[in-house]
Design a protein around this ligand. Structure first.
Ligand code: DGP
Length: 114
């Protein structure tokens, strides 16, 4: 997989506001926040898109989701609610090809999305 800006954030080659880190997952604030809380959770091991997930990634993806939901709870978002989004490829609106989960919270979300 080609290097992305997110690999540079993992390696601390470019700055980011990192809010979560463990062995497998990094969480940092989105540079273009769409909500009062907008954090991106990424696997440290680069996977380009949802299409590239293998059966063997099931635990990793579980850890990614749990990192986001635990963070949401710690930030006091759980009761009001929040949104988790993973965009895939062009129609999904993906622009950075290192799989990432957007955690958005702190305001009312709307459905359907645009
Ligand atoms: P997506 O469209 O799902 O691929 O979302 C990519 C997100 O990544 C987008 O909301 C903006 C964010 N982003 C892009 N470059 C950077 C960066 O250098 N730093 C941070 N913190 N976020 C970035």
């Amino acid at each position: 997989m080609e290097d992305t800006i997110f690999s540079k954030i993992i390696r601390r080659e470019i700055p980011a506001d990192i809010v979560h880190e463990d062995d497998d997952v990094l969480g940092f604030r989105d540079i273009n926040a769409q909500a009062p809380t907008h954090v991106l959770f990424i696997p440290k091991r680069p996977i380009a898109t949802l299409n590239d997930l293998q059966e063997s990634d099931a635990v990793l993806i579980g850890k990614l989701v749990l990192a986001a939901t635990r963070y949401a709870r710690a930030e006091g978002l759980a009761d009001d609610g929040y949104r988790c989004v993973i965009n895939c490829n062009g129609h999904g609106g993906q622009t950075v090809f290192h799989l990432h989960l957007h955690l958005l919270g702190g305001r009312q979300m709307h459905w359907p999305p645009g």
